[in-house]
Design a protein around this ligand. Structure first.
Ligand SMILES: [Ca+2]
Length: 468
């Protein structure tokens, strides 16, 4: 008997809970693996660390796209964005225009299979799941039919669009005018994630009283820009020395380096630049860390309430970062590259009855794997045509193998194997490659494509095959 078949009955049928397990999906915006349990020792992240200790952390989970909307498209449809229109922030909205042609979203599929589905905060690209003016037009759902309830609490902000890049006191972002970070002294409701958590706890209470299983998706906004959170979380890092920034040099030659437009162009920096000003770099990194701790405090409340309501034993919990983030590595502040820093994000899964909990897996996994995993864990039929593969075997055995991960940004595509990363550029007159060897300490500094044409050819063919 395989691990998989041993595992399933435990996951599905502990005798006290013959019903399908609930799902709590926690999406954290722009969270790179900057958690103590993922090796960032200076970070204060006790709640997410506790989930790692009781579940399975995937330390090499790669997103398909280093930008919010396109990455969430893959999470919520289980499909790669094979065409350009599915590689930007409007990926979900673009397919929603034609509901008959779009793939059924994961929450809609679970809803049609007996789940009550609720979304709070930023789960799809627009917090609350609506497009249009102020991201609040009920006629423009990003995922038609997905949710029984989809909410973005906006008090004291005007609407979800303002709340997305918000400051204390109901203020919104003004391009190039409002600061890149802010830490007002106040409680968690000083910023949006406190409101998202408060509503999520209320929804969880209500769901616990229903007969049907629930799929509750909670989308926290931090540590997305602006790096704004209550001062008490910044205070956690007072006197803490941050580790040096690894490989801070700007890469040479053809790469996916960019000028950090979101970071520099949309916020006020008082003519300071962390790429040349170490004290400012330190301040920025502390603000990011503070926002991670603020998000962690929200996760703590969600996990505590789950336990208090007696739901812990029959709820699958997923913690997912939608992509990574450069904090100075390769001289970038932001995402959008195809370097490891943009593509590596935390994934933690805790399933009822799982074996060897608390042991991390370094097998390569992808965001696209989450949908088929949830189908297998719950017994909900898996729809045809999903791009990923179930991780249930990896939940039974942390040493179970993964498979190479593919990602893309615009017309650039990449594949990451256990040992190498190949990045493919479609230029006007030719195709060009970056090849990086991850077996040593060089990481993604030296492009070896010219030295290893056979390996380039092999990985290029594999990338083609996977992108079909
Ligand atoms: Ca994001």
């Amino acid at each position: 008997m395989s691990f998989k078949s041993l595992f399933l009955p435990l996951a599905l049928l502990s005798t006290a809970f013959a019903e399908k397990p609930n799902i709590l999906l926690i999406c954290v915006d722009d969270l790179r693996p900057e958690l103590k349990s993922f090796g960032a020792n200076y970070i204060h992240s006790p709640a997410m660390d506790s989930l790692v200790a009781s579940g399975r952390a995937f330390t090499r989970h790669y997103v398909q796209a280093p930008t919010c909307g396109a990455s969430r498209y893959v999470l919520l449809t289980g499909k790669y964005g094979v065409v350009q229109g599915l590689r930007g922030n409007n990926a979900l909205a673009s397919v929603a225009k034609d509901a008959d042609k779009q793939p059924h979203s994961m929450p809609r599929h679970f809803r049609e299979n007996g789940y009550r589905t609720v979304s709070i905060g930023k789960v799809s690209h627009y917090p609350g799941g609506l497009g249009g003016k102020g991201w609040s037009d009920p006629e423009k759902p990003e995922m038609p039919g997905a949710w029984d309830i989809s909410l973005m609490p906006t008090d004291p902000w005007e609407n979800p669009e303002v709340a997305m890049h918000s400051y204390a006191g109901g203020k919104g972002r003004e391009r190039g005018v409002t600061p890149v970070n802010e830490h007002v002294d106040g409680d968690d409701l000083t910023y949006t994630d406190g409101w998202i958590t408060r509503e999520s706890l209320k929804q969880m209470e209500e769901l616990s009283g229903k007969d049907e299983p629930f799929f509750l998706a909670v989308g926290l906004m931090k540590p997305h820009l602006p790096f704004a959170c209550p001062k008490k979380y910044l205070d956690l890092y007072e006197g803490v020395e941050l580790p040096p920034i690894s490989h801070p040099e700007k890469p040479e030659g053809l790469t996916t380096w960019h000028s950090s437009g979101e970071f520099f162009g949309r916020y006020f920096h008082a003519d300071r630049d962390p790429r040349t000003d170490p004290a400012y770099a330190d301040e920025i990194r502390r603000s990011y860390a503070a926002c991670v701790s603020y998000a962690d405090a929200q996760v703590a409340q969600l996990l505590e309430r789950l336990e208090k309501l007696g739901l812990e034993e029959n709820t699958i919990v997923i913690l997912w970062g939608d992509h990574g983030y450069h904090l100075g590595e390769h001289s970038i502040y932001g995402k959008h590259s195809l370097f490891e820093e943009s593509l590596l994000a935390p994934l933690v899964i805790r399933a009822p009855g799982m074996k060897q909990s608390g042991i991390s897996s370094s097998s390569i996994t992808e965001t696209a794997d989450i949908y088929p995993t949830l189908c297998e864990l719950t017994g909900v039929p898996q729809p045809a045509g999903l791009s990923g593969e179930s991780l249930v075997a990896n939940l039974s055995d942390p040493a179970a193998p993964g498979r190479p991960a593919i990602s893309y940004a615009g017309k650039r595509e990449t594949i990451r194997t256990d040992t190498h990363r190949l990045i493919r550029h479609h230029l006007k007159d030719r195709t060009a490659f970056e090849l990086y060897d991850h077996t040593g300490s060089d990481g993604e500094i030296t492009n070896l494509a010219g030295e290893k044409p056979e390996l380039v050819q092999e990985l290029n063919a594999l990338l083609d095959e996977r992108m079909k």
